[in-house]
Design a protein around this ligand. Structure first.
Ligand SMILES: [Fe+2]
Ligand SMILES: [Fe+2]
Length: 242
């Protein structure tokens, strides 16, 4: 099962066709997606609109991806803290985290925002100032990821100059994602309308499967979890306040 609650290949194909139709504006007859063709995360066929597990909506999809962002920021923050305290940093872990950030966040999540979310809000003349800032921050983030990957790949494996870059990255992305979660995505949901919102969910899913395979999100989360384990910050209970 993947996070979209889909594991049935026929349903997937139908959904992909539906997504293509949505993307091209074509109407499919005879193979339209139906809830009866879909399966819930548990594998049991849905009983109808009210049956089975609900599908992931575009906003939920993007917010789950922000969870990956946050977990990479935890890796960056812990690395910066170690460098600031004169402890050894694991350059290979930071470099791998930067690679995941580039592949999953910059080249996929942010492209989705830039191509499917921002233009719809701009067309509706909504949140224009916010979107201009978010676009600038995407660009700045890509530049910083280049710097992080280069510094983390250096011979010292955690040069002192890496810490301020990681801190700047953290400082930018936490409010960036928080503003998208609380302002941008709710406005997006409002301007898109129910039917198109659902179709976009299918498009997002088809795009994710095409890029990363059916379990791409889950595999990415597992990859980040392995990096957390390498740093020794994978035990959530250790973060419980004393
Ligand atoms: Fe963004
Ligand atoms: Fe985002």
């Amino acid at each position: 099962m993947n996070r979209h609650g889909i594991d049935d290949p026929i349903a997937q194909r139908r959904r992909a066709l539906g997504a293509m139709a949505a993307a091209t504006g074509l109407a499919l007859t005879g193979c339209a997606t139906t809830s009866a063709a879909r399966r819930s995360r548990s594998g049991a066929p849905e009983g109808g609109e009210e049956g089975g597990e609900a599908e992931v909506t575009p906003g939920e999809d993007l917010m789950q991806e922000h969870g990956v962002v946050e977990r990479i920021l935890l890796i960056y923050g812990e690395t910066a803290r170690r460098i600031e305290h004169g402890e050894a940093a694991d350059g290979a872990v930071v470099r791998s985290a930067a690679e995941v950030f580039r592949r999953f966040v910059e080249d996929y999540h942010e492209r989705t925002e830039e191509q499917a979310v921002f233009p719809r809000l701009e067309a509706a003349r909504r949140e224009l100032g916010l979107i201009a800032t978010l676009r600038r921050q995407h660009q700045r983030g890509r530049e910083l990821t280049d710097v992080i990957a280069r510094l983390a790949g250096g011979a010292s494996g955690g040069a002192a100059e890496l810490a301020p870059v990681l801190r700047a990255f953290e400082r930018m992305y936490r409010p960036h994602a928080a503003r998208e979660d609380t302002v941008l995505f709710p406005a997006f949901r409002e301007v898109v309308g129910r039917g198109a919102y659902r179709e976009l969910g299918e498009r997002f899913e088809a795009e994710e499967h095409a890029r990363f395979g059916e379990h791409g999100f889950e595999r990415t989360v597992a990859e980040v979890a392995r990096l957390e384990a390498a740093l020794g910050i994978d035990d959530l209970a250790r973060f419980t306040a004393p």
